[in-house]
Ligand binder design. Structure first.
Ligand code: NAD
Ligand code: ZN
Length: 248
């Protein structure tokens, strides 16, 4: 692993334009469980079913109770870990421009990254399904489920449920950024959820080097990624940043 951390530090130092694509794995060390992989929510229930827009529309009380309430508890408390901090440091050092994230927890911005594309929206806000009023999630009163707006409409998180369209602007910009980078860091994503999983493919086809960080191999490993640094995102990012600082 140490050799690959060195190699990644060299690749990043030599790059002109670096983008990171992050998935649920990047936030696991902040206490937010992923959907897939060991310890993922998948083991408890099928997120494709619970987190599907049809389930929410059919039974918002069930989805609020099974998923959204827990997510609110966990995300309200979560703090950036060494992975988020490492990516913010890379931006400070002038190495990293944009983070494309599938996460909805806002931790990249909290850590200090300034250009974050939230591919799946943000959990920081709820919106009323009737009148579109937006309220910060941490201020939503959940003493009754589902929480309701003053107009009587049900609040839903401002995220993309399975079965919903990616916001056009986020999709278009991610594509653009993926085309322009010469190194893409792919951190903590299983490469299963589309169209986010296409971004490393787009980057690769445009000539970028793809560096994966994940404790497990993924669908991208050996196919799309040039190499996989097998380990938890926090340790690996900390190691890479320390190495780059040593080189400068
Ligand atoms: P995923 O749940 O499909 O996969 C998580 C990946 O993280 C796996 O490949 C796993 O091996 C890896 N992983 C586990 N521990 C890790 C660690 N310590 N460091 C690095 N990687 C680690 O995640 P996904 O591909 O992002 O897809 C699930 C979708 O669900 C996402 O698109 C996202 O929108 C949503 N989601 C978001 C959050 C969040 O906002 N934090 C949490 C769960 C799910
Ligand atoms: Zn309303």
């Amino acid at each position: 692993m140490d050799d690959l951390i060195k190699k990644a530090a060299e690749d990043l130092s030599g790059a002109k334009n670096v983008t990171a694509l992050t998935g649920a794995g990047a936030s696991i060390e902040s206490g937010i469980p992923a959907f897939r992989g060991k310890g993922g929510l998948w083991e408890k229930y099928d997120p494709m079913e619970v987190a599907h827009i049809d389930s929410f529309l059919q039974d918002p009380v069930k989805v609020w109770n099974l998923l959204i309430k827990d997510m609110k508890d966990v995300i309200d408390q979560a703090q950036p870990n060494d992975c988020h901090k490492g990516l913010a440091k890379l931006e400070d050092l002038g190495k990293l421009k944009t983070v494309i994230t599938q996460n909805v927890d806002g931790l990249h911005q909290m850590a200090g990254n300034t250009d974050v594309i939230e591919f799946h929206g943000t959990f920081a806000w709820q919106r009323c399904m009737e009148c579109n009023t937006h309220v910060e999630t941490r201020h939503v009163d959940i003493s009754e489920i589902p929480p309701r707006c003053d107009c009587g409409g049900i609040f839903r998180p401002n995220v993309i449920f399975f079965g919903e369209m990616i916001p056009q602007e986020a999709h278009w910009r991610s594509h653009q950024v993926a085309t322009e980078c010469d190194v893409m860091l792919v951190i903590g994503t299983s490469g299963v959820v589309q169209p986010a999983a296409m971004m490393p493919v787009v980057a690769k086809e445009s000539g970028a080097k793809i560096i994966e960080i994940n404790p497990e191999s993924t669908l991208l490993t050996g196919e799309i990624s040039d190499y996989l640094i097998k380990g938890p995102a926090g340790d690996v990012m900390k190691g890479i940043v320390a190495q780059i600082e040593k080189m400068d």
